[in-house]
Design a protein around this ligand. Structure first.
Ligand code: NAD
Ligand code: FES
Length: 281
């Protein structure tokens, strides 16, 4: 059992949880993720390691309520049944910062995709990098962790779909106008966003790293649930990724796979809503 320090709402779609999990953060490098289970019979949920305190053994997670299991997580108060990790590979730049010295790097975050972006920007600042961030969300209140982000980024370009904060539009439009300033783009967010960013950067000849977030089960390369096609080959996001060369990912296939269980997920969400309501009456 893993003690929950807090589990709080950040916006209408995002929550932040702090949990004691020293074994997970002991050796983690940004880009890696953890798999959590709220209770013994809960589904396993892959979540980005958003921040950590190695001295205190604290792991910080940001998650979005997108289905039954993430809804159940919002009700977790005292303990999580399990926390496994760190899983997956660290971000390529964070893993080997010296080989990227002098490169002009921009991170593009879409919505809750800011959760994996923040620790990378923070880590690179500690290594002497000045990194820009283009951060887009549907509306002002969904732009989370702004103060923390501004402390570690050189400049943050905010974008909202409705124009309620920063530039009105999508992150792609802002990046397009600035692409000449960068040598490397790291894009994390909805698959359609990463697809459009990768098309833009391919045309501009700019190296692009994306982070795939498909359905996962075991998180250890055994079940095949997280299969993605990269450069015409089958790859597992959990063990080969989650980050890949954006110019080589088959995003259309990834989007198709994401929708396979949509109906079942809807039913499960409705069942979970009823179960949680009766438990919490
Ligand atoms: P969203 O649908 O609200 O979109 C966020 C932003 O992405 C938009 O404001 C816009 O700027 C951009 N965007 C959306 N559609 C676009 C398009 N067609 N073209 C260009 N840009 C577009 O996002 P959300 O609901 O917050 O979802 C966040 C996504 O991030 C989820 O899909 C989730 O799986 C993903 N995510 C990934 C990781 C990871 O580690 N890979 C971690 C957390 C979240
Ligand atoms: Fe099972 Fe990746 S989650 S192989």
């Amino acid at each position: 059992m893993y003690k929950i320090i807090y589990n709080k709402k950040l916006s209408s779609v995002a929550y932040e949880m702090c949990v004691e999990a020293p074994h997970v953060i002991e050796k983690c490098i940004p880009g890696q993720f953890a798999i959590v289970m709220a209770q013994e019979d809960s589904e396993r949920i892959p979540l980005t390691i958003y921040d950590y305190d190695k001295e205190k053994g604290l792991l910080y997670l940001i998650y979005q309520v997108i289905g039954a299991s993430t809804l159940e997580l919002t009700y977790a108060k005292n303990y999580l049944y399990s926390v496994s990790g760190p899983l997956g590979n660290a971000n390529e730049i964070c893993q080997n910062p010296n080989s990227f010295k002098g490169k002009r790097i921009v991170y593009v975050a879409g919505g809750v995709g800011i959760a994996p972006v923040y620790p990378q920007v923070k880590y690179l600042k500690e290594k002497g990098f000045d990194v820009d961030v283009v951060y887009g969300a549907r509306t002002n209140e969904m732009l989370i962790i702004r103060n923390k982000l501004q402390e570690v980024a050189r400049k943050v370009f905010y974008v909202t779909d409705d124009g309620s904060y920063g530039t009105k539009g999508f992150v792609t439009e802002v990046l397009k106008n600035r692409i000449k300033n960068y040598d490397i783009v790291v894009a994390i967010g909805p698959v359609i966003m990463m697809k459009n960013i990768s098309e833009l950067t391919k045309e501009a000849g700019v190296k692009t790293i994306v982070s795939m977030n498909p359905l996962m089960v075991d998180g250890s390369g055994m079940c095949g649930a997280c299969r993605c096609e990269v450069d015409g080959k089958s790859k597992f996001a959990c063990t080969d990724g989650p980050e890949f060369d954006g110019h080589k990912v088959n995003f259309d296939l990834a989007m198709k796979r994401m929708n396979i269980y949509k109906e079942e997920e809807k039913e499960k969400l409705q069942e979970m809503e009823k179960r949680l309501q009766s438990q919490n009456k």
